[in-house]
Write a new protein. Sequence first.
Length: 562
Amino acid sequence: MLAAGESKTIIVRLAWHVPYTNLRVGKDYEGLEGQEQACCEPGSDCCPDEPVRRAETHQPWYAGKFADIEAVNNYWYKQYDALRSSSDTFAECFYDTTLPPEVVEAVAANLTILKSPTGQRQPDGTFWAWEGCFDNAGCCAGTCTHVWNYAQALPHLFPDMERSLRITEFHEDQDEEGHQTFRSALPVRDNVHEFHAAADGQLGGIMKVHREWRISGDTDWMKHLWPRVKQGLDYCIKMWDPDHTGALIEPHHNTYDIEFWGPDGMCTSFYLGALQAAVLMGEALDEDVQRYESLLEKGIQFIHSDLWDGEYFIQKIQWRDLKAPNPAESQTLRTDYSPEALAVLEEEGPKYQYGNGCLSDGILGAWMARVCGAGAFLEKDKESSHLLAIHRHNLKKDLSNHANPQRPTYAIGDEGGLLLCSWPKGGKLSLPFVYSDEVWTGIEYQVASHLMLMGHVDEGLEIVRTCRDRYDGRVRNPFNEFECGHWYARAMASYGLIQGLSGVVYDAVDEVMYIQPTISGDFRSFLSTATGYGTVGVKDGEPFVEVVQGEIPYTRIECETR
């Protein structure tokens, strides 16, 4: 009973302990029996065509930490004050920032994805994830490499878990030819190899190895992966650039669940970013990387001369005179070519391309290279021009008159959003890639972050505000930016907005703190590293670092303010 005017706080303890699941994802080798798994659509690449073994199933991380529910209760009881205090400390530090509120909200809201069922963790600490979640099951399994490319939160907040993904990708998911299966099995185990590798996923993984090396400072870890990285990169060269042009020419699978035929800005930028990252890692290990340097030089020349239309980077559709078979006969997700589609093939090329369209992901690999610490490789004026073209042509403030035959609930009616692609100069294909008229928040964030990195802050913020206006709590959950499922991983591209504005990058290998803000004047920004977190910024024109938790060792600060 409470007396009049009296107040009391009651702590409610919710605990559970379910150490075994029936969750097993991915194919096994022939002759094994099992069950079907959840998938995003029948016949898609995230669905098994055959049953899988039902023997060893996933155990959650806490099953290896707590013996039973009593152990969970005891830990909760004894550690509650410390856990609450450390959570409060983190939150206070995170929000102790002068970055624009729409950016802080976009980053914070999407950190809930890491606490959702989208992410799983094995008892040995290995991370694994869905792309998103259905109401009662996971959607699109296997920490899909071409989706998780976009997600920048995990490597900075929980770098050990992110590094476990690189181990899985380059060991269990990569065969001796260098082919990577872009969806990992659960429990994590040696994967099967019977579908295309994903060009953006596999090449993005090479850039992410560089990122994890720079975040952790662990050169031995990178050295251990280096032979597998070379093997994977050599596979990409052999399969998609057999003539050593520096561009991806042969058909290459990607995050739009189709193959691009002929060179395109999006996947070629991934290729160049991976080559540049490989050169940097190889040089640090005193390896011979002359071959990669030569391809990088050729590719930089190619993308600027052959894929630049004067305003933005495009795709040159090519399907004849390739080593790949006729598109109508190739192994793909959607191989059916009706008589009408065959007529389109002869007239325009394979289904599901983008041609001279303005693709919002058109230089995604250049953004990846920047946020992964591998640096720039595009001419600055052309890189900016492409991004400003995306803002100019693809950002719609009102979609009332926009026709979207796919999944219009992502952005609809008088809402605004950034379209995946547009054709401002005409020439829209009869059968463009199927998602081209949609709006995905992860792409909105990577474009916004990239614009900010190039100094176009107002344009980037406009995209962020347009996105978050759709998730204001009236129509959509502010903490659930859905795509193919709730708590969709791609939305964690929002974490890249912090670097986009603050320009803060901590290099644990060289122990250097880089502060190159694209905003003017003094500012404060959150920073998380492998060994600690705190606040970084500029005060009275001078750079500063305030460590709140752990340590952030650095020998110098390189600051370049506006």
